[in-house]
Design a binder for this molecule. Structure first.
Ligand code: 6R9
Length: 647
């Protein structure tokens, strides 16, 4: 049995079951609604649609023309109206919408009324620059209030935003701008990370050397260090906001109009621009934020994800704000200046709901329980995780040391493409098993199937698929609808293919096993092996590269690259370092390979395909699998020796 299979066997025998605590169940939002009694998915979603405000009511819940879904057609709405205007008529007007803490320790609070004013003003700025409904706007900002303000302002006038994570490189930014033809770029002079300045404007300048569609750049001042402002192109945020109007009518959008594009890694070298719509998306994230996170009027809710990822879009910005919640945003790293920073923030603001990633929890475990132990965490009542499978040890540590055995944990499975959480416990309802995302939410039909789409028996591994459309599902890949149909709707007959492997147990609980395609999940971030390979071969010394993952105690998975060099180049630790930096330059620090291994040749089949499976065996130190299709079996032995020497 392989080591992974052993871990899995242990998981499936995980005997611990945590029933929902009485004190939680009694007051859970799910108790106060008839919603979950509706068994027909379409009728269920129709009912969920009344959680948001429609200017014009929709006519049909769903038009399903496989694989194209259209939700709530005939209806019009505006997302910024739903997140802001509709809260102003009640006491929420003066309630904190955003509580923001900067890494250096500065902070501010924006009430719903404050946020409304800033969004309106910025929407007026966008209008004055000629940005119209349907135009694409790229946002490359750190975790500062200007980021949600810019997103909501785009939503207000019907412009489609494309947020690019501030950790991405100039090259990655350029690639994304050009993929969607943005007219405007919104950025900052820089951002703070572990006390260092990330030079966002310098990166933007580099990116714009070859991004001809961008006409203007709006720059917000965060770090205050010197940057170049290009006359006629670059504008300071604080200067143009002076003359802005205080009110901009929210554009009535069709339910199916795009709200944003967010790129994610897939199986090719080119990131996919995932397109999300207005009506279905907002219904999906509003419902799940309310019932999965059990949001209450008086809660302080903190999701630690960067807004540059889907988790930040759906569960820092749109879901919670649509519910009128108080959202905490922290700019920086969890261990800056000390590894207790998160716990200090929870204590300082009395955070009630805390949502983070398993990789972060594993780091906290390594730093030790004395850091959280120093702080009053009694305000916490619900914990969540997202991004990758959580190992039961990390789950238990989180449960004991952060939740102090009092707080349910919602392990939420979903993807950039799904827009909203699809598999998760409902806190107060679902008994928890450490390591399992439990069951599909109401309205969601998920299953584990074989290649032909037949359900596999309990305990057996297979592909995780979704069998019915759901409102927040992606509608297309920007500019490449064929790829959308091929990648998601053609692999398994009749189903949405998630790219994840899973098993179901005898209780119908789902255990996610991780990606089954060429995507690596490093610290909860998706990285395509092909993207890293093309970054490597972009370097003058590299002839060929094969990128695989191996398991890593903190990151979950780590990137390992096998590299062959061109004539005239010799392997050295310096060159390995240079290649790692080259990947950082092309993609960003999240894609930095953990290890580079030079090899005179890569194991290939007789038809010339690189056998990644064997490379993975080598990297994990496993016995090699079937080598019979290998063109030159001796190459593999040499490679294994090289790896053993390196390790
Ligand atoms: C939301 C988000 C999606 C991939 C997904 C899966 C992994 C996410 C998970 C999980 C196990 C969970 N994943 N949540 N695996 N349990 N609770 O992370 O989106 O960045 O697109 O990643 O992450 O492999 O396919 P995204």
């Amino acid at each position: 049995m392989s080591p992974e299979a052993k871990v899995l066997e242990a998981l499936l025998r995980e005997p611990r079951l945590f029933p929902p605590p009485e004190h939680f169940s009694q007051k859970a939002n799910t108790q106060e609604t008839e919603l979950f009694k509706i068994k027909d998915p379409e009728a269920f979603w129709g009912q969920c649609a009344s959680l948001i405000h429609w200017f014009k009511p929709w006519e049909r819940i769903l038009e399903w023309d496989y694989p194209q879904a259209r939700w709530f057609t005939g209806g019009t709405l505006n997302v910024s109206y739903n997140c802001l205007d509709r809260h102003l008529g009640s006491f929420r007007r003066n309630k904190a919408a955003l509580i923001w803490e900067g890494e250096p320790g500065d902070s501010c609070v924006l009430t719903y009324r404050d946020l409304y004013r800033e969004v309106n003003k910025f929407a007026s700025v966008l209008r004055s620059l000629g940005i119209k409904r349907g135009d694409r706007v790229t946002i490359y900002l750190p975790m500062i209030p200007e980021l949600p303000i810019a997103m909501l302002a785009c939503a207000r006038i019907g412009a489609i935003h494309n947020v690019v994570f501030a950790g991405f490189s100039a090259h990655a930014l350029q690639e994304r701008i050009n993929d969607i033809g943005s007219r405007l770029l919104i950025t900052a002079d820089g951002g703070f990370r572990r006390g260092q300045v990330i030079p966002l404007k310098d990166n933007a300048d580099l990116a714009l050397q070859n991004a001809p569609t961008v006409e203007r750049v709006i720059v917000t001042k965060r770090t205050g260090h010197h940057i170049n402002m290009q006359l006629g192109r670059d504008l300071w945020w604080h200067e143009i906001m002076h003359t802005a109007s205080l009110y901009i009518e929210p554009e009535p959008m069709e339910a199916e109009d795009p709200l944003f594009i967010l790129h994610t890694s897939g199986t090719t070298g080119k990131p996919k621009g995932v397109v999300h719509t207005t009506g279905g998306y907002l219904v999906g994230v509003t419902m799940t934020a309310k019932y999965v996170f059990d949001l209450k009027e008086e809660d302080v809710y903190w999701c630690t994800a960067d807004i540059g990822w889907i988790t930040g879009h759906s569960y820092v910005v749109y879901g919670p704000l649509s519910n009128g919640a108080t959202v905490l945003i922290y700019e920086g790293a969890p261990d800056y200046p000390q590894p207790n920073r998160f716990w200090e923030i929870i204590e300082k603001y009395g955070v009630n709901i805390f949502y983070t990633a398993p990789t972060a929890i594993r780091s906290f475990m390594r730093w030790g329980p004395s850091y959280p132990a120093r702080h009053d965490l009694s305000s916490l009542r619900l914990l969540g995780t997202v991004g990758e499978p959580i190992n039961p040890e990390a789950w238990m540590w989180y449960y004991i040391h952060i939740g102090r055995r009092r707080c349910p944990i919602v392990d939420t499975w979903w993807q950039t493409e799904t827009g909203m959480i699809l598999i998760s416990p409902l806190p107060g309802e679902t008994p928890l098993k450490p390591g399992s995302a439990t069951r599909p939410l109401p309205g969601i039909e998920a299953d584990v199937v074989d290649e032909k789409g037949n359900p596999v028996p309990p305990g057996k591994g297979g592909y995780l698929v979704i069998k019915k459309p759901w409102p927040a599902m992606m509608r297309t890949i920007y500019g490449d609808h064929r790829r959308y149909v091929e990648q998601y709707w053609s692999r398994i007959p009749g189903c949405y293919f998630t790219g994840d492997g899973a098993r179901k147990d005898a209780d119908g609980y789902f255990w996610i096993l991780g990606r089954v395609d060429d995507v690596i999940n490093v610290s909860g971030h998706r990285i395509g092996t092909m993207e890293v390979e093309s970054a490597l071969v972009d370097h003058q010394a590299v002839a060929e590269a094969a990128v695989i993952s191996r398991s890593h105690p903190i990151k979950g998975q780590a990137i390992v690259a096998f590299v062959t060099l061109k004539e005239g180049f010799t392997p050295s630790p310096e060159l390995a370092q240079e290649l790692k930096e080259h990947v950082v330059k092309i993609i960003g620090a999240i894609a930095r390979p953990e290890q580079i291994l030079f090899t005179p040749e890569l194991p290939k089949t007789r038809s010339g395909k690189i056998m990644r499976r064997l490379l993975r065996d080598i990297a994990e130190g496993r016995a090699l699998g079937d080598t019979s299709t290998l063109a030159d079996p001796s190459s593999l032995e040499r490679l294994r020796q090289a790896y053993a020497e390196e390790a």
